[in-house]
Design a binder for this molecule. Sequence first.
Ligand SMILES: *Cc1c(COP(=O)(O)O)cnc(C)c1O
Length: 476
Amino acid sequence: MTTNLRPLLTQTLDAALDFLHSLDTAPVTATVTPTDLRHRFLQPLNPDPLPPEQVIADLVANTRDALTGMAGGRFFAWAIGGSLPAALAADWLTTAWDQNGGLYASSPAASMVEVAAATWLKQLLGLPAAASFAFVTGCQMAHLTCLAAARHHVYLQHGIDLEAHGLAGAPPPRILTSNRHGSIDRAVHLLGLGSNHIEELPLDHHIHLTPETLQAALAADPTRPTIVILQCGDLNTGSYDDYATLIPLAHRHHAWVHIDGAFGLWAAASPQLRHLTRGVELADSWATDGHKWLNVPYDCGYAFTAHPISHRAAMSHHVSYLIHDPQAYDQLDWTPEWSRRARGFATYAALRQLGTTGVADLINRCCRHAHTLTQALAQLPGVQLIHLSDINQGLVRFLDPRPAATEPDHDTFTDRVVTRIRNQGRAFFVASTWQSRRVMRISVLNWQTSDHDIEVAIEAVAEALQEETKIRSPFL
Ligand SMILES: *Cc1c(COP(=O)(O)O)cnc(C)c1O
């Protein structure tokens, strides 16, 4: 190699450290305006090459105030994890090594770490040791992978080779879901299964899918190829279903059961919380994330199936110019990609940094923080506790202080308080609609979140609430 990379990579290391070390003090919210950002980035492409040092210096300068603090400990919106140190470092090496992780032959180490990490993941998450697996970009693509396997499997039961014939002329599928995430709908669209064939099953007042509801839905149309999708850790409430009852029931009707466990499946890795996921190992496929609760950098989700033959039939493709190794794990047989990032290194590193007890500690700590935060907010005047979950989620609502305030007023007030908290920049939350009401979601998934971060977040919410209350009701 003729280029000396040391100055560039040292400069990059310094920039990365500056960013990471600023997370505790910098605003968690991006403060740039779209106009300013457009001006920084939407420039004509330079006609001539630039020194890489300048490209990186400009990139760092131009992203200033335009990144959020989601890598740090006070980001409680959506379901966002950070990056464990070993995972971050392994991810850098993955880029430097630049391996195409498509085949054992293209990168033996990339293939073998995926096998090792998948074995550990199955143990931690309580999944069958023989389950097939795929490391994909996120839970969205894990759904796609699992549901492609499911599609193959349920149509084969009807004598249809779906990969060859496609869905045209085949009986339409039936996809029975409970409180699902939007990524399920997208996987259904992408697989051509048709969103009209999704049936949303009603939940009881404890937000659970009951066996009676599932039984009635299954029995209503028993001849169609059927996939049942269960949520493992609801996005808003973190609730779990009675998998030990529901899954055998679905199996009696020859349905494939897929589990969306993007973050909630990780409760299985904690001895204190494992009971919540009881029976989940009976399912046919599971989708979860590494870049959420395991705190691996982005581009990391996991698909598992209990039916390796169907999984492989849905994904595998062999051509003469590749080297397929029957003795080894070729990712191309199991993932939807062709060329792909050797993304297993970061997971392997994260799991080794934590070990079994470290993973459990991370899960328990996030849940403890979520409870402390939710309960402390619920004590503030004007805050209504909507849901305190068993895991790392919480829901609260801010009440408009005016005596005649209506439900829509509380909705508007909740949105205003949440926006004000974000604008203050000390904690990042988003509002959501739950059971037709606006609420603020609390979601704790970052390994760095500390007791101090929780205190700061409580103060930030209290202050924003007080300010909004004064605006709404200046004479109170
Ligand atoms: C985040 C999430 C997804 C989508 O996962 P990505 O990793 O963003 O693709 C699916 N289901 C649930 C419950 C989620 O929280």
